[in-house]
Design a protein around this ligand. Structure first.
Ligand code: FAD
Length: 297
């Protein structure tokens, strides 16, 4: 199924992100997570690409296939292109097609230290064009409410988003953020730049201090005062910190859906306990909004 149709059918699309187990782990370790996530009836599940080295890259296709063919949920396979040849990318797309995967999140990927500038693809737009030529996949793109770290201005970032739309991306998933006001500002600006496609808000429940430091160093997300206060308060109490992280993400999601966002994409970090707690607290509100299609928010 083309997941873009979900945005025509629903007011709020709710999805999860998982990542393939690291090279040393057996692929079975993802089964329990998927089993639990299936029970939460997400609209689709996305699978990251490349974060755990080359073996985990092959696993994106394998796990996407399991999500579709074993669990009956629509998968969205992430695919990065920097440092990959056209042949490599084409092979992955052939594999995904063979497994019945119909949706691809087309990304450039972070530029590796060893990169020598000799890639067939320079930007995500080049990958979108390559995928579009085949006419086999629905294409999704990434966006950055706080701006991409390499962009010199908001304008540059929005022109890139608009380019993704023109090249064939049918919806966007946002980078994680902790301050909803930043996301609302971003949505207000998108109209000015003619961005019309649906945008899902990316939410990551932060459940330990190591994770916060890593996330902030990788994507530069701003931490609101309230968030810092909670994290400091429970720094030495892991269970309380986890619960506070779940509560913070839940509050963010309820605020977003009651303000009328197109969808929520939950970065689960393969933690089904956390995903379950959040889905339990938000699913009845999402159901209500989706049942009353003529609710105007
Ligand atoms: P691009 O859209 O190519 O943009 C990168 C930079 O180049 C931006 O500053 C943009 O403004 C600029 N730019 C783009 N096109 C042009 C142009 N034609 N001319 C001039 N400048 C241009 N990484 C992974 O490795 N694996 C994953 O699975 C993964 N999943 C992700 C999922 C989401 C929802 C998000 C938000 C990010 C994900 N990432 C993942 C991280 C992503 O790969 C990085 O953020 C990467 O640095 C940018 O990827 P992009 O596709 O947004 O790049």
């Amino acid at each position: 199924m083309n997941i873009n149709n979900l945005f025509k059918e629903k007011k709020v699309v709710f999805s999860f992100e998982v990542f393939p187990p690291k090279q040393v782990s057996k692929i079975d370790t993802i089964y329990n997570t998927l089993e639990e996530l299936k029970g939460l009836s997400p609209d689709f599940i996305s699978v990251t690409y490349g974060a755990g080295g080359s073996l985990s890259k092959n696993r994106t296709c394998e796990i996407s296939s399991i999500i579709k063919n074993k669990y009956g949920i629509e998968p969205l396979a992430h695919l990065t292109c920097i440092n990959s040849s056209k042949e490599e990318v084409t092979k992955i797309l052939d594999d995904l097609k063979r497994e019945g995967v119909e949706n691809v999140l087309a990304l450039r990927g972070d530029i590796p230290l060893e990169y020598k500038g000799n890639s067939s693809f320079k930007y995500s737009g080049d990958l979108i064009t390559h995928i579009k030529e085949r006419n086999d996949f629905n294409i999704v793109g990434a966006c950055y409410p706080e701006g991409h770290l390499e962009s010199k201005s908001y304008e540059e970032d929005f022109l890139n988003i608009k380019r993704k739309q023109e090249l064939g991306a049918t919806h966007l998933i946002s980078q994680l953020f902790f301050d909803n006001e930043i996301f609302y500002d971003f949505l207000e600006k998108k109209d000015k730049y003619g961005v019309k496609i649906s945008i899902q808000a990316g939410i990551m429940p932060v459940i330990n201090t190591k994770q916060i430091k890593r996330v902030v160093s990788l994507c530069g997300a701003k931490l609101p005062k309230k968030f810092i206060k909670i994290m400091n308060k429970y720094e030495y109490n892991p269970e309380a910190l986890r619960d506070a992280g779940i509560a913070y993400a839940t509050e963010q999601i309820i605020d977003l859906i009651s303000t009328g966002v197109d969808g929520i994409h939950l970065y689960t970090m393969n933690n089904s306990y956390v995903a379950k707690k959040i889905a339990e607290s938000t699913s009845s509100i999402i159901k209500t909004i989706n049942n009353y299609k003529d609710i105007v928010i």
